[in-house]
Design a protein around this ligand. Structure first.
Ligand SMILES: Nc1nc2c(ncn2[C@@H]2O[C@H](COP(=O)(O)OP(=O)(O)OP(=O)(O)O)[C@@H](O)[C@H]2O)c(=O)[nH]1
Ligand SMILES: [Mg+2]
Length: 165
């Protein structure tokens, strides 16, 4: 398994991922533009899994959206790709809808919801799943890596939603 990051945007984002890569003893490749992505993937062809991190940005920034769209497009050429859209459970419904619509134009994706520990409102998860038609894949419940991520447990969330927990 190898890491590839295109997040050269946020201060120290690559340093942070390098720390994870060191802990897990995996190679890290940094790409600075969508044009570099195919070469970078080719150089990692001996790995069966490559985790790619894209830069976080406002979905209302059209230029950055275009960059990520190109990057994801470049990844898909000749490779089996899975795209995950990571959304915070604390984001307002209307904004989540906008994010889903914009990312839908990039690729088919599965959803990861973060920050379930910071909210008591679970309706957005169900509504966004229905609205986007995307599968719910993982959920995170805190900042401890890797303990606070788990496969999305529908039963658990439905229980919380109906006040059973
Ligand atoms: N409480 C809580 N904090 C979380 C959770 N998931 C992530 N965080 C925190 O949220 C902050 C941002 O996490 P990142 O993983 O950097 O988020 P990101 O979406 O990659 O950010 P950008 O790349 O800048 O868009 C960090 O301080 C994380 O520890 C969660 O499930 N619960
Ligand atoms: Mg990030």
């Amino acid at each position: 398994m190898a890491f590839l990051t295109a997040d050269t945007y946020r201060i120290a984002a690559t340093e942070q991922l390098r720390t994870y890569a060191n802990i897990l003893d995996m190679p890290l490749t940094i790409v600075y533009s969508s044009e570099e992505i195919q070469d970078a993937i080719r150089n990692l062809s001996e790995y069966d899994l490559i985790l790619v991190d894209t830069a976080g940005f406002s979905h209302k920034n059209a230029a950055q959206c275009e960059d990520v769209k190109k990057l994801i497009g470049g990844l898909s050429v000749g490779n089996k790709t899975e795209v995950y859209l990571v959304l915070s459970a604390t984001t307002k419904y209307r904004d989540l809808q906008d994010m889903c619509n914009i990312y839908r134009t990039f690729a088919d994706y599965r959803l990861i919801f973060t920050k379930l520990d910071e909210t008591s409102c679970y309706g957005n998860l169900l509504n966004i799943h229905l609205y986007s038609g995307a599968d719910l894949s993982y959920a995170t419940y805190g900042q401890n890596v890797p303990d606070d991520i788990e496969v999305f447990d529908t039963q658990k969330i439905v229980k919380k939603l109906l006040g059973g927990d």
